[in-house]
Design a protein around this ligand. Sequence first.
Ligand SMILES: [Fe+2]
Ligand SMILES: [Fe+2]
Length: 165
Amino acid sequence: MAKQKNLRELFHDTLKDIYFAEKKILTALPKMAKAAQSEELKEAFQKHESETEEHVERLDKVFAELDARPSGKTCDAIVGIIEEGQEVMKEYKGSPALDAGLLPAAQAVEHYEISRYGTLKTWAQELGLEAAVELLDTTLAEEKKTDEVLTEIAESSVNQHAEAA
Ligand SMILES: [Fe+2]
Ligand SMILES: [Fe+2]
């Protein structure tokens, strides 16, 4: 009979999923910053790249609270979302609509993270992992803030630019 898995194991597995995702995002953000045409979007990606480095460090600490070594587990969802962003970069290279296409790709990444961190935080509360709750909540707030910033950029400039051309 298969071994019965508990919430702590589910938490650990999901932690590996987001750890893999954050590392993947760290490799994608510099490319997106380089591709972005508007200075505002470029800066938003660069800022989030340094925040993402901290997200990885916070996850290291959550693993430590579990007495586990930090490790990742392939997350097909984030691989797919990032591939979509890379397609936009390729297909809209040099086009006025490039930034307008990069924004939803980036927001899909943030929404994935927001969903995972929300779940992990709830489970950490359930499991009484107090330090983890704090760490996960800090990152969750940064992901939400980034999503808002991207929405503002989309509404203020990039969409108009894509339309005008
Ligand atoms: Fe993140
Ligand atoms: Fe993020």
